[in-house]
Design a protein around this ligand. Structure first.
Ligand code: CP
Length: 358
């Protein structure tokens, strides 16, 4: 078994992502994560198990007795939500997921309210949280911080799991999980996800949800990926390199309408101008052709779905909101269930929930 205690930070951090995964698992032999850092940790059987667990939690929670049972499952655990970047959905859905499972929670949502304001390092802050909590759910603008903290904690006297709720421009693994869960549910009665065409549109360069979801879609057979963006914001080369290596059919385009005509799912994203390197950089890019409105809705097939990690600005018109193919509201709620499933699995309670009598 690979353990983070057996590898130096230098050696671990230089491994390709897929080779890091065994170091991050619980060691049960089935890939269940201990630390959840990258989409690369999830293979298809694990994705399907987590979706089944999310469905089970969703069902059990419908009855008062079932909800009380779920609340007892992790009532002995505490989780810290450490968000040093703005968030509505990821913060609240993790909080709600903890509440469903009975975990008590603490939070820092602004470094200005913690001792980081006094100059404490991220490393010392996380070590401090690990003194009081049993899991850290963290979002940071710093690429790789969650990974570094996972290594640090595993090599400390109080190792606890880290759950990456968004790091830099690179990874948002639980968003990818909820996106996959939404796709699986959307196509459950319509032949499944295999063989579908997924169109990504918007700021594909800096949207970390795109990188994570594009990777997870490679776990499904014959899923074609089309990337529609202004040339300045097209999907980065490392994402394309993965698709080429895995033999995934893909194309780059600037024609949203043409892509929508062949799409089973359209994944819209907003312009991520918080990453602009100079003021007004994104505003200079013509994004007017990368918006989904009534015309695109008319081109989408009857079984097609429209997704968005949210928050949105104007890249999906509100005229789409009540269309049954708009899945972005469901994505949010699905995020709560799949995050509850992941947290239960991380703590080793998958079987307890799957086999309970509710
Ligand atoms: N999708 C997403 O990460 O939303 P928040 O930034 O609101 O958490």
């Amino acid at each position: 078994m690979n353990r983070l205690t057996d590898v130096s930070w230098e050696d671990f951090s230089s491994l390709p992502l897929e080779e890091k995964s065994p170091y991050l698992s619980r060691g049960d032999g089935d890939g269940t994560p201990y630390h959840t850092l990258f989409a690369q940790q999830f293979d298809r059987p694990l994705l399907e198990r987590l979706c089944a667990l999310a469905n089970r939690i969703r069902f059990i929670n419908k009855s008062c007795e079932g909800a009380m049972f779920l609340k007892s499952v992790l009532a002995h655990k505490r989780a810290m939500l450490y968000f040093s970047q703005p968030s509505s959905r990821t913060f609240l859905s993790h909080l709600a997921a903890c509440q469903i499972l009975g975990l008590t929670t603490g939070s820092v949502r602004d470094a200005a309210t913690s001792s980081e304001f006094k100059g404490e390092s991220n490393e010392d802050s996380v070590r401090t949280f690990s003194s009081y909590f049993d899991m850290i759910i963290m979002r940071s603008p710093k690429q790789g911080l969650a990974e570094k903290m996972a290594w640090e904690l595993s090599n400390s006297s109080r190792p606890i799991p880290i759950l990456n709720a968004g790091s830099g421009k690179d990874q948002h693994p639980t968003q990818a999980l909820l996106d996959i869960y939404t796709l699986i549910r959307s196509f459950e009665m319509k032949g499944g996800v295999d063989g579908r065409t997924v169109v990504f549109c918007g700021d594909l360069l800096r949207g970390r949800t795109v990188r994570s979801l594009s990777y997870l879609l490679t776990k499904f057979d014959g899923v074609k990926q089309i990337f529609v963006a202004p040339k300045e914001l097209q999907v980065p080369d490392d994402v394309i390199a993965v698709l080429k290596e895995k033999g995934v059919e893909h194309s780059l385009s600037s024609d949203l309408k043409a892509a929508v005509k062949v799409a089973d799912a359209v994944y819209m994203t907003r312009i991520q101008d918080e990453w602009d390197e100079s003021k007004g950089e994104s505003a200079k890019i013509d994004t007017s052709h990368f918006k989904f409105g009534a015309e695109e809705l008319a081109l989408l097939g009857p079984d097609g779905v429209i997704m968005h990690p949210l928050p949105r600005r104007d890249e999906i018109s509100t005229v789409c909101d009540h269309d049954p193919r708009a899945m972005y509201w469901r994505q949010m709620r699905n995020g709560m269930w799949i995050r509850a499933a992941l947290i239960a699995a991380v703590f080793g309670y998958e079987k307890t929930i799957m086999e309970c009598g509710y």
